[in-house]
Each structure stands twice: as structure tokens, then as C-alpha cells.
Design a protein around this ligand. Structure first.
Ligand SMILES: *Cc1c(COP(=O)(O)O)cnc(C)c1O
Length: 232
């Protein structure tokens, strides 16, 4: 993305790509939510993008997110937590976000639920790990049903679907294959529980079109939207 492009131009270009991929998958652009992955971006950058029409922002780092929040409070933004969750942060996450995409164990879900004070339930996605990398966050497909079942008991949480953060794949067919697998897991569990799981949070700068082709409803874009990140 050229650094000369304005936020308005960048957003327009990405929305065009989203619309094209959505159409190919038999959907419309309005079925896809674009979340700006804001880690290590300045408040000024975010303000420019919000002014240009960005309405959903995701953050990985709680302290950083809460620092930005007062500056952006009037903007009517929907806030998504997309980072790793430590137990000692659940209270502030439950109080400050509309969505959490990275729930992968019951202990964290229970804490978020008991610490959610808003009348509005907290929207949660369960982070699924289909790459079998032991060290990485996310629950296995085998352990998923038990976690969904437990979360359905927690009335201050609303279980929306799955989040996938796969390791990068270089070919589009390999990208599509892992996203298709996540879509199948969602469908299987939708049928198993007879509930409306309507969200697939998957797709980043390098693979969002492939993700949309396989049914993504929420894409999380950093680099391609805001430009390269400064090292943290
Ligand atoms: C950083 C990040 C993104 C965005 O990554 P890009 O490749 O810069 O688009 C999306 N999701 C999560 C969870 C992230 O940490």
C-alpha cells in the first residue's frame, strides 16, 4: 500500500476487494465486518481512519487500548479484543470491550462472564487452533464442544462463533483449505447445539480475500490498512 494513499483511498480500495470476494462467495460486502487491528498505531492514525469511516477497532494490548480509548470515545466505535488474555486482565477486558475474539479456555470465559457488568452481553468468539502447534493459543477441535456447552450457560456472554489465527500459508489454495476447515467446524457445532453461531473471525492482511471466499464474516486487518507497524 502506497504511503501516499489517504485513509479514505485505502479504505475504498480494501472495501472494493472485500466486495469482490464477498460476491464470489455469494454474499454482499455488508456481510463482512472490517476490523482495524490497531496494535502499535498512533491515536492520530486511528482518528484519521475513523473519520474516513472505519467503525470497528481491534486491539491486542489492553493497556495500549485503554490509553487510546478516551481520545476515541466519542467516535461510536465498536471495540474488539483480539489479543492473548491473562487472568489478571479479564476484568478490564469485560468492562471495556464489545467483543472478545480470543477465548480458548473455560477459566477465562467464567472470569469474563462474572466481571461483565453491562446490560449488553459480551460477544465472544472461541479461538480455534487447527495447526496443532502446542505453544500457540487456541483450543483443539476435539475440545471445542465442551467449551461451547459451558459458555452457553454463561448468560452475560453471547457465544458468536470461532476465531482463527492460522500460521501463514503462501498459496491461496492452502489458505482457503484451512479457512474451509474452520467453516466446517463451525457448521458441525452449529448443528450439534442447534444454536445460531454466525461469526467466523478469520483473515488478515495476507489472506483476507481467501478467508472471505470461505465464509469469513469478520476480517482483522493491520498492515494493509494502517501501513507497517513500528516495532513494539
Ligand atoms: C496483528 C493482528 C492482526 C492483523 O495483522 P496484519 O497481518 O497486519 O493484517 C489480526 N489479528 C490478530 C489477532 C493480530 O494480532
Amino acid at each position: 500500500m502506497s504511503s501516499a494513499a489517504s485513509p479514505t483511498q485505502t479504505l475504498a480500495q480494501i472495501r472494493e476487494n472485500i466486495a469482490r470476494a464477498a460476491k464470489k462467495s455469494g454474499r454482499s460486502a455488508s456481510d463482512i465486518t472490517l476490523i482495524g487491528a490497531a496494535k502499535s498505531q498512533s491515536i492520530a492514525t486511528l482518528q484519521h481512519f475513523i473519520a474516513a469511516g472505519l467503525t470497528n477497532i481491534g486491539d491486542n494490548y489492553l493497556d495500549e487500548a485503554l490509553e487510546k480509548r478516551p481520545e476515541l470515545a466519542k467516535a461510536g466505535v465498536t471495540w474488539h479484543y483480539i489479543g492473548a488474555i491473562q487472568s489478571n486482565k479479564t476484568k478490564r477486558i469485560a468492562e471495556s470491550f464489545d467483543w472478545v475474539h480470543t477465548v480458548d479456555r473455560l477459566k477465562i470465559a467464567r472470569r469474563l462472564a462474572s466481571e461483565r457488568r453491562s446490560e449488553q452481553p459480551l460477544n465472544v468468539c472461541i479461538q480455534l487452533n487447527l495447526d496443532d502447534e502446542d505453544q500457540k493459543a487456541g483450543i483443539s477441535e476435539a475440545d471445542l464442544p465442551a467449551l461451547i456447552e459451558a459458555i452457553l450457560e454463561l448468560t452475560s456472554l453471547r457465544c458468536r462463533g470461532l476465531m482463527l489465527l492460522p500460521k501463514p500459508r503462501s498459496s491461496e489454495s492452502a489458505q482457503r483449505a484451512i479457512f474451509a476447515q474452520a467453516r466446517d467446524v463451525l457448521e458441525t457445532n452449529r448443528q450439534r447445539f442447534g444454536i445460531e453461531l454466525d461469526v467466523l473471525s478469520m483473515g488478515m492482511s495476507g489472506d483476507y480475500e481467501a478467508a472471505i471466499l470461505e465464509g469469513s464474516t469478520h476480517i482483522r486487518l493491520g498492515t494493509v490498512l494502517f501501513g507497517a507497524r513500528s516495532p513494539r
